[in-house]
Design a protein around this ligand. Structure first.
Ligand code: ASP
Ligand code: MG
Length: 439
């Protein structure tokens, strides 16, 4: 069985919901994970904010606006009075429930209950629509199987057992619909997997049922091999290793969050990124397979500061690096790139909150130089060291760009360059021209 997840914009209005229904109603058995309609979770956050501030009027006004939007969606979505009325009744209860929070004390427990309603509403609406269309659909309540433990980490054993029980209780359905993002915590309270958590839900469900694949549907064309905002001729990447995807995500590529795909990665289940606007396009598949000898994609991370500490006296003494790194640890600043020589070490950071303190401390051990406004260019692909020639291809592409640091060998999948911010566009284009352009 496959797991398909649709994000907020994919169910953002009545027409988009109809498109999703058409896409999933093909007779194949599947689990469908939905986000709240786009904007709804933000609105629920706003409503909670008014309740926290004890401004019930403010909250009620926003709730009414939201209710009006949903009334319009209902008119546009359903054909029959029967389903219009059933959904209106359901929504009336939902919005009355939200208004009811004005009477009580408001804490984060109440907020989490409010935040959960976006997904509860979208899944009920789509389920009703599919029923109206005659589909064989079952709504599975995520609060009955999605659970976190005392460390707020998902509890895979609980999830597997309870999800399978629910599936067995509804053996005849073709389409199982469930909510992304929401869960119960170790104390049985309504909670969530943090903002954007629907991808995580899909990955956890995929791992729990050992799905054939997990599909993440958005309205972009999978993952591109370079940033189309800066580079001419980018193309979708068809396949990525989970670790390649994680490197790219860290460097800001619009792709799944690495922790969200972890359950799928460990269970060896491929994750496909697909486009609702172009459902037949192949998209990007992320899996545990490496395409040998291929450089896949380039990403860049801005606002990087480079620090160099030079010390002819101390570097060869053991313990020098550890003293240097301790300073960063002390100021809770993580280091992205490191490059060492006999006489010095260069590091890059992106959090400059404690930069002046760090520099002051570093000066105890050597001469410190700082370069501001730098940018890390990360090249991702099959870059294992015994695979000759590929790091050379990347450095060759950078031959006309001043490079401050190079980092290679930290993983099998990446080589990174630190360049000046003003050289970023030129560097990205040069990499595309050398690595990806077919003549
Ligand atoms: N609705 C939630 C959010 O907006 C979860 C999600 O869409 O993934 O963060
Ligand atoms: Mg999302």
């Amino acid at each position: 069985m496959k797991v398909l997840k649709f994000g907020g914009t994919s169910v953002g209005n009545a027409q988009r919901m109809k498109d999703v229904a058409k896409l999933i109603n093909d007779g194949e058995k599947k689990i469908v994970v939905l986000s709240a309609m786009s904007g709804t979770t933000n609105t629920l956050v706003e409503i909670s904010d008014y309740f926290y501030k004890k401004n019930a009027d403010g909250a009620n006004e926003i709730i009414n606006q939201l209710a009006n939007q949903y009334r319009k969606h209902v008119e546009e979505l359903y054909d029959t009075e029967e389903y219009k009325n059933a959904t209106k009744d359901f929504l009336r209860e939902e919005f009355e429930y939200l208004h009811g929070f004005s009477k009580d004390m408001f804490t984060m427990f109440e907020e989490r209950v409010i935040l959960a309603q976006g997904e509860i509403i979208s899944t009920n609406m789509l389920t009703n629509y599919l029923k109206e269309q005659g589909a064989n659909v079952a709504l599975l309540n995520a609060l009955d199987f999605m659970r976190t433990d005392k460390n707020s980490e998902p509890d895979p054993v609980y999830i597997r057992q309870h999800l399978n029980e629910l599936l067995e209780a509804n053996p005849d359905a073709d389409i199982y619909i469930t909510q992304g993002f929401i869960c119960r915590n170790a104390y049985g309270e309504i909670d969530n997997l943090e903002r954007g958590g629907s991808d995580y839900t899909a990955s956890l469900i995929g791992a729990a049922i050992l799905a054939e694949e997990i599909q993440i549907w958005t309205d972009i064309d999978g993952m591109h091999n370079n940033d189309p905002r800066f580079v001419d001729f980018t193309e979708p990447v068809r396949q990525l290793h989970f670790e390649e995807a994680a490197e790219l995500a860290y460097f800001g590529a619009k792709i799944l969050h690495p922790t969200c795909v972890q359950p799928a990665k460990y269970a060896g289940i491929p994750v496909r990124l697909l486009n609702t606007m172009e459902p037949t396009a192949p998209g990007t598949t992320i899996s545990n397979e490496t395409e040998r000898g291929k450089i896949k994609a380039v990403a860049a991370k801005d606002n990087i500061t480079a620090l160099k500490i030079k010390s002819s006296r101390m570097l060869l003494a053991h313990g020098f690096l550890s003293k240097v790194f301790d300073i960063f640890e002390q100021y809770q600043t993580s280091i992205d790139m490191v490059s060492t020589s006999e006489v010095g070490v260069s590091m890059s950071i992106d959090n400059t909150k404690h930069l002046s303190d760090i520099i002051n401390e570093l000066k105890k051990y050597g001469t410190v130089t700082v370069d501001y406004d730098m940018c890390i260019i990360c090249v991702v692909g099959d870059l294992t060291w015994d695979n000759v020639g590929f790091e050379t291809l990347a450095t060759e592409a950078m031959k006309n760009i001043p490079v401050r640091m190079i980092s290679y060998g930290g993983s099998n999948y990446n080589i990174s360059f630190l360049v000046k911010k003003e050289d970023k566009k030129r560097a990205l284009q040069a990499l595309t021209d050398t690595l990806f352009k077919k003549n």
